[in-house]
Design a protein. Structure first.
Length: 293
């Protein structure tokens, strides 16, 4: 199918606006012969006359007027594409689809969102909260741009950028062992340990960090969220491991006591980003990472 060029359409619009080939050529900064040739090619391609010609003036045929009406919309939308591209030259501008796991989202977003809005007002952030497996799949399928998650985690097709190591704390009811102000990993009572349900990477990271993978005598209760887990601990149903970001006074329920580990290598998880390998927006992603840090 024949498709007119943007240049040909702009020639036709100039003829309608100016009323003559000579003035239209000046407006388009081309010679009159070049403009005439472009209009002729357009008419041949559309197989319809577009311009009524005489010595001094030029007018459009009814079909030519229809073409101009559509051409103006096409050129306006084309201009929007160019303007949009110019806007996106600014760091962290335009749409960014961020996936984030549930054990990070409620603790990071309250500080992160206003900072992004203040420093990058042209950023159009779209948030997707989900467990790690599904976020990785969404990144691989380009349904989201990058994921904020916890590591270590195998992502063979993605680029990882680790931001920092986050320590774990033991959390228990204030009524339990009130004299204990620190502990070793070996002091954890596996049969009293409450965990998130399977599918949450925090569960596996906590067990791996504390070398509890082979211990099967654990509480059968598991929670779907950290707030639920904290409430169970508060009421004496057991103890759990909490990442540092969940341990602030604003997020930790009253009646829960935090116990640091005194091991030479205390348990930690890593917080970082991952995105599809080869994504050309790597500079934007690195800028986002610096903001997170």
């Amino acid at each position: 199918m024949y498709r007119p060029s943007l240049r040909q359409l702009s020639y036709l619009i100039a003829i309608e606006d100016s009323g003559s080939f000579n003035a239209a050529a000046e407006e388009c900064a081309v010679t009159q012969s070049t403009l005439s040739a472009g209009i002729k090619e357009l008419e041949e391609g559309l197989q319809r006359p577009l311009v009524i010609r005489n010595r001094k003036k030029a007018a459009l045929t009814p079909f030519g007027a229809e073409v101009v009406q559509q051409a103006r919309q096409i050129l306006d939308k084309t201009d929007l594409i160019v303007k949009r591209s110019q806007v996106l030259e600014t760091p962290l501008s335009g749409p960014l689809r961020l996936g984030i796991i549930p054990t990070i989202a409620p603790y990071v977003l309250p500080d992160l969102l206003p900072k992004l809005a203040r420093e990058y007002p042209r950023l159009e952030l779209q948030l997707f909260e989900d467990i790690t497996d599904r976020l990785i799949e969404k990144v691989e399928k380009s349904h989201i741009d990058l994921a904020l998650m916890a590591f270590p985690y195998e992502t063979p097709n993605l680029t990882q950028l680790i931001l920092y190591d986050e320590p774990f704390y033991a959390a228990m009811s204030e009524q339990r062992d009130p004299e204990k102000d620190s502990m070793y990993i070996k002091d954890l009572e596996a049969d009293q340990l409450l965990l998130l349900e399977d599918g949450h990477c925090l569960r596996e990271h906590a067990l791996e960090a504390c070398d509890l993978q082979d211990i099967v005598q654990r509480k059968t209760f598991s929670a779907t969220s950290l707030p639920t887990l904290i409430q169970m601990v508060r009421h004496g149903y057991g103890m759990t491991l909490l990442p540092e970001m969940a341990c602030s006074p604003e997020t930790l329920a009253p009646g829960v006591r935090l116990i640091p580990f005194k091991d030479k290598h205390p348990p930690t998880r890593q917080i970082g980003l991952c995105w599809k390998r080869g994504d050309p927006r790597i500079k934007d992603f690195e800028t986002f990472a610096e903001t997170l840090k």
